[in-house]
Design a protein around this ligand. Sequence first.
Ligand SMILES: NC(=O)c1ccc[n+]([C@@H]2O[C@H](COP(=O)([O-])OP(=O)(O)OC[C@H]3O[C@@H](n4cnc5c(N)ncnc54)[C@H](OP(=O)(O)O)[C@@H]3O)[C@@H](O)[C@H]2O)c1
Length: 256
Amino acid sequence: MPYRVLLTGGSGALGRSLLRFLSNDVDTFIVKAPTHHELDIVDRKEVNKYMSAFVPDVIIHTAAITSVPKCESNPILAHRVNVMGTQNLVRALNDTSIFDRINLAPKFVYIGTPCIFDGERGNYSEDDLPDPKNFYGYTKMLAEEVVRENIKDFLIARVNFKPMEPWAYPKAFSDRFGTYLFANDVAKILVGLIKEDKLFGIVHITGDRRISMWELARIVSPKIEPMTLQDYKGPPLTRDMTLISKRLPSYRLGMV
Ligand SMILES: NC(=O)c1ccc[n+]([C@@H]2O[C@H](COP(=O)([O-])OP(=O)(O)OC[C@H]3O[C@@H](n4cnc5c(N)ncnc54)[C@H](OP(=O)(O)O)[C@@H]3O)[C@@H](O)[C@H]2O)c1
């Protein structure tokens, strides 16, 4: 019988890719991906109502305020969406006990970020301690705690990706680094892990090389200009976001 999946943030960069992979696999998944308008995760009553009506087997939670400047300038909104929104989904799951009827794991998949780390030395593994540089990272760290402390069968997948689309800015940092993947790569790997049904806890899904944001940007926008953190004015940014994994192999950037 197909798994019933509730995907939050289905209109986002990763959500769109996930929705494509999940929807193409009709033998395994029945997907509901309500828009922000259809389900505001900040509204606890609405979340409970939606969950009781759809009764998902798995929640893949990608919805968040992802802009670092927006989180910094509107910390109340960032906390509401990123932390309380996650809490609402987790509580609805525990309140209704709807998941007791199935034997699927993980039942809650949370999308984490390397921005929970300080970004000084890079190469963070699943065992390293968070120390976020900005409010976005702080809310994502708190949301991980909400998931870890309240869900038994969770998967926190920390990832770093961009959509395979022209770069959204006129310049890209040549001194910020990551083990990036494209959104389609991450979606394919994640859907595979959910289907395998045996991975729990925290996992880093990483690309196989450390590159700068500018190098990544040049793949999708070959003429893009570099910039450095010195040229930038704004909230503190995580400089070195490279991740390693003690649990999974690394994956080829652009494998999909
Ligand atoms: N992009 C990256 O490089 C990166 C790296 C590491 C981790 N992540 C994490 O991966 C996840 C997906 O990131 P992304 O870049 O794909 O995000 P994104 O493109 O910014 O999309 C965010 C999604 O969340 C939805 N959303 C925001 N507030 C909501 C609310 N109150 N209720 C319901 N939905 C709401 C948005 O809908 P509307 O647009 O309609 O508001 C949108 O669909 C996030 O959890 C992010 O923290 C991202």
